[in-house]
Each structure stands twice: as C-alpha cells, then as structure tokens.
Design a protein around this ligand. Structure first.
Ligand SMILES: [Zn+2]
Ligand SMILES: [Zn+2]
Length: 340
C-alpha cells in the first residue's frame, strides 16, 4: 500500500509498504478522508515542538472497516468509522483518573507515532468509533476537530441559558460556537478579524463582531447586556485575545483556554484574582466527546460544509499545505481525498 511520509519539513515521499496484519483486538480500515489542521502545518514548517522526522501524518480521519480481528465484536467490514489518534500509557496519574487525554507520555498519531496517511491502517478496535451510515466521509473526518470543541464546551460547564463569547473564528472557534449553541447556550457571539471567517460564521448562523471595526466591549454589552458573558473561549492562542478574555470578562466568568500558545503570554493576574475568574485549559478530547460529537452531527446541529473549503487528492498531499499557506484565512478545513 502507499504511505505518505514526511521525511523532513516540507518534503513528502510516497513509499510502498506492506499492509499491516490485523491482531485479535484490531481492525483494518481503508482510509477515505483526512483533514488537515494547524498542528499539521507546524509539522510541515518544521515548527512543531514535539515531532521528529520522518513522520507519517494524518489524525483527523474517516475510513471503512475492511477486516476485523478474531476478538472484535463491535465492528464488521463495511462499517464507517473514525479513529481516536491518542496513544496513552494507561498507568500514569491522568490515565488512572479518567483524564487519559492528558497522559504523561501521550503520543498522538501523526506527530509522535505513525499517523493515518496511508491507504490502509490497522488500529486497536477500542480506538475506533462507528459513524452513522448516512454520514458522509467528509463529515466523518470533521468529528475529530468537533470533539476538541465538545471537550472544551463540556469542561466550561452547563451551557443551558448561558451567554458565550468565542474569541477566534478558525475551525475550532467556529465549532466551539456551534457546539455551545447546540448544547443550550442562550446567546453566542464570535469575535474574529478575518472577513472570510466572519462570513463563514454567519453561514453557520453565528452572531459575530469584528473588533477592528467595532469596540469589542461595546459589542459584548450590546449582545449580552451589562452581565456580559458567562463563558469566554479563547480559540486563537495569542496574548492579545487572552488579554481580551480577561479584560472583558464579567466578575465570576469562566475563561476556557482552547488556543495553542506558541509564546509565553502575559495576562492581568490582578483581574483573575479580583474578579474571581475561573481559568481552565482544554486539551484534545476523550471518547465521550467523540460520542457526543457524532450525536450532535446526527441531530443536524452542526454545520460542517461551510468549513470545508478545499479538497486535495492523496497523491498531492503537499498541495494541501501550499494551499493553506497561500489562502491563509480563506482555507478553513482542507480535506485529503484518498480516492480521486
Ligand atoms: Zn488536528
Ligand atoms: Zn498515561
């Protein structure tokens, strides 16, 4: 089978490798779609701090089961699935306390261990989740980023009747806004600078503000009233938006740190103390977040199509990165098609 190997930053070689054998607790899948995300681009540019080369990428996937191991009861050939890309130890403190997404020696497929950019892939059946038959493979590949959003929204707390501010309208910010709404938020406002991403949020039915055009605090108070937002999600990963989150929080707001920060930030700790803010991080997801993500999509509560901006065939993998670099904010989610 063909496998796409990034041998060094910016270079992908296609290698012919044997199709792996299926163990008793494993399944073999035929890969259908692979989503490309910001972390993949860091690997492409050689700027991902925890990835060495050569590396096989691919962690947002949909696939079809083609073979199941002798002990596997939950899957049959023909099932549509997505696969959780985390490889965890099962022994450390987070793993033994229901937080395996924070495993002390966490490996993620496509970064620290072999990803799924190959025609076939063999995985533990326990990492696979069945997708409904009517779900398209494109949407199946979007379940992973949606699970990131679901995890963040659940960690924030109960959404019922709450007011939610989302800072950042990239794929994750957009999906956080949609998820908060789907899980009962009364009002959701998304702040973003890119006209294209604001338009995408509109298409998804999300209220927006461009803080370059309008004072952010004024927009917050117009939308939510003087009580502002109960929950604020930082989905960019830069100091400026983290600062906005803390500055424009209400006393007692909860701030979720969802963005991936490349630099050390400086924030107003005085506000965190005096305004009794709750500051929580959110990292990846657990199986229950995948289950909820699949359920939300099944219930028609998430708009994916507006986020899928481009398709690139597997044989031209690098074009996905070139396209994202060229298109910048206009490339939301690029999907690699395994079959042309
Ligand atoms: Zn990703
Ligand atoms: Zn662990």
């Amino acid at each position: 089978m063909m496998q796409a190997v990034m041998t060094t930053p910016g270079v992908i070689e296609y290698r012919e490798v044997p199709v792996p054998e299926v163990g008793p607790d494993q399944i073999k899948v035929k890969m259908k779609k692979i989503g490309v995300c910001g972390s993949d681009i860091h690997v492409y540019h050689g700027k991902h701090p925890y990835t060495s080369y050569p590396v096989v990428q691919g962690h947002e996937v949909s696939a079809e089961v083609v073979e199941v191991g002798s002990n596997v009861q939950d899957f049959v050939p023909g099932d549509k699935v997505t696969i959780q890309p985390q490889v965890v130890c099962g022994k450390c403190y987070p793993c033994t306390h229901g937080m395996y997404n924070d495993c002390e020696v966490l490996k993620v497929m496509g970064f620290q261990t072999t990803g799924m950019a190959s025609e076939y892939f063999v995985t533990e059946a326990a990492k696979a989740l069945k997708l409904p038959d009517h779900m398209s493979y494109d949407h199946g590949a979007m379940i992973e980023p949606l699970a990131v959003a679901v995890h963040a929204v659940r960690r924030a707390g109960d959404m019922e009747g709450k007011q939610v501010l989302v800072l950042g309208g990239g794929p994750i910010g957009n999906l956080v806004a949609q998820t908060a709404r789907a899980m009962g938020a009364k009002r959701v406002l998304l702040s973003e600078l890119s006209a294209y991403r604001l338009e995408t949020a509109h298409t998804c039915g999300i209220e927006t503000v461009n803080p370059n055009e309008r004072d952010l605090l004024e927009a917050i108070e117009d939308t939510f009233g003087s009580d502002r937002a109960d929950y604020i999600f930082e989905c960019v990963g830069i100091n400026q938006t983290m600062d906005q989150a803390i500055r424009y929080a209400r006393k007692g707001s909860t701030i979720m740190v969802v963005g991936v920060f490349g630099d050390l930030g400086t924030i107003n700790m005085g506000f965190v103390q005096d305004h009794e803010l709750t500051l929580k991080g959110s990292a990846m997801y657990r199986v229950e977040d995948y289950v909820k993500a699949i359920e939300l999509v099944g219930d028609g509560k998430i708009e994916f199509d507006a986020l899928i901006t481009d398709h690139v065939p597997f044989t031209r993998y690098l074009d996905a990165y070139k396209l994202i670099d060229e298109q910048k904010d206009r490339a939301m989610k690029v999907i690699i098609d395994m079959e042309e």
